[in-house]
Design a protein around this ligand. Structure first.
Ligand code: AMP
Length: 424
């Protein structure tokens, strides 16, 4: 399938070509035709599947064609709500990239920074607004934004919105939307409360499901290390020394934990940076830019701060703490193995986290292989339950496996830094 066959217009095809997008991803192939027909959409897909382009391309196309037909004044016609600033910035960048030959203008608004630049962009006039819920309501109350001309509404990462307590804000926003509109609703998971929320927003939607099993969980090579809480940092240092990866994202459950990991890594002469909600927007953006450009190889993040991280060729995800919400695990490992790339995800599981591991394996419907041979394995006191977490076969480090698959080995190699390149 090609983008041209999906009926995408020339100015957008040109932008996609410039991005080297040769073929639509599965979610794009399924969603774009539905959205071009003007139908509502319920999409079950996570970040990393190409879902931003799946909704941005049809919206840009509708707006461009409407403008060609009738040169109406610029008003906010499309609204995209997303939970975090990083994600909002990323979506706005995507609209700019895919829409660069269409003349469609977008801007992004989020909290934690002064509003002046944002209100100035709104005053100049835009077609597409990407927003986090709090700042949107704030600027609506101050009279800078009206939603009365909205024709396209996207609620992105709905499950995460609810986790973050945005439900009341979302209800207030929906109440201000015109009844006549096209609505899109995306969520990585579909528990009951999400299905209920989707009913409030969508008419009779078409459904598109890209299951994690078909995407992340299948593509990412996953392993777990049973290790005591105290030995986790030693294990991390050991792994980072055994094999030097270009870009490693380490997940910590807490902000305090993230700072501590960075401190201890630095003590071991390993450069790392932390990204979490206690850091200013400037500091977060700097940490992210350093990581993306390769100046920092290791980024330690909390879940919320990591939502918008989109690093091509992210080599390795380390779950330093296992998440208590199994869906979060899928979100985390989705940071590696994005679009068509494959990746590696390693999890550290201490005695108290075994129940989390069981929930995760149930959700992804896979047994994560256990790396039994590691220097801190003997410290681990608690026995793994026989039924689920026991290794089938003791496994060595995933990257030291001789898989024989040429492309897999090559792709792994390309993501690692040669040992001589930089001494930590
Ligand atoms: P998303 O799920 O929207 O966060 O996209 C994940 C990544 O896939 C981003 O880096 C996009 O630039 C990239 N991407 C999206 N669509 C395509 C495509 N058709 N071909 C190649 N890369 C893509």
């Amino acid at each position: 399938m090609t983008f041209k066959i999906l009926g995408i217009i020339e100015p957008i095809l040109k932008a996609l070509k410039a991005e080297d997008y040769t073929h639509p991803t599965p979610i794009q192939g399924k969603s774009i035709p539905i959205l071009l027909r003007g139908k509502d959409l319920l999409g079950c897909a996570q970040t990393g599947t190409g879902k931003t382009a799946a909704f941005a391309i049809p919206i840009l196309q509708h707006l461009y064609l409407a403008w060609q037909k009738n040169k109406r004044p610029r008003k906010i016609r499309a609204l995209i709500i997303t939970p975090t600033r990083e994600l909002a910035l990323q979506i706005s960048d995507s609209f700019t990239t895919y829409g660069k030959f269409t003349g469609v203008k977008n801007t992004v608004i989020f909290g934690g920074v002064k509003q002046g630049t944002q209100t100035e962009a709104l005053r100049r006039g835009i077609d597409v607004l990407v927003a986090t819920p709090g700042r949107l309501l704030d600027l609506m109350q101050q009279g800078y934004i009206s939603l009365k001309d909205i024709e396209y509404f996207v609620l992105d990462e709905a499950d995460r919105m609810l986790d973050m307590g945005f439900i009341h804000d979302i209800r207030k926003i929906i109440a201000k939307l015109p009844a006549q509109r096209q609505s899109l609703f995306f969520s990585a998971t579909m528990p009951k409360d999400i299905v209920e929320l989707s009913r409030k927003i969508l008419g009779s939607p078409e459904k598109v499901i890209v299951k994690p099993e078909q995407t992340t969980a299948e593509k990412v090579e996953q392993s777990v290390y049973f290790v005591n809480k105290k030995s986790k940092i030693k294990l991390l240092v050991h792994l980072l020394r055994v094999e030097r990866f270009d870009s490693v994202l380490v997940f910590s459950r807490t902000k305090h934990g993230a700072n501590k990991i960075v401190r201890l890594l630095e003590k071991a002469n390993i450069d790392a940076d932390a990204i979490h909600g206690n850091k200013s927007q400037g500091a977060r953006q700097r940490a992210l830019n350093n990581f993306k450009s390769g100046r920092t190889n290791i980024l330690v993040a909390t879940d919320i701060a990591a939502r918008g991280i989109d690093v091509e060729e992210l080599a390795l995800v380390v779950n330093y703490d296992l998440p208590n919400i199994p869906e979060t695990y899928v979100h985390r490992i989705g940071r590696t193995g994005r679009a068509s790339a494959s990746g590696i995800a390693l999890s550290f599981c201490d005695g108290e986290e075994k129940a989390y591991l069981r929930d995760i394996q149930k959700l992804i419907d896979q047994e994560i292989s256990v790396v039994a041979e590691h220097p801190f394995a003997s410290d681990f006191v608690e026995e793994a339950p026989k039924s689920s977490a026991r290794p089938q076969r003791p496994q060595r480090h995933p990257w030291s496996k001789k898989s024989g698959g040429g492309s897999r080995n090559n792709s792994n190699k390309s993501r690692r830094r040669p040992h001589s390149q930089k001494q930590r």
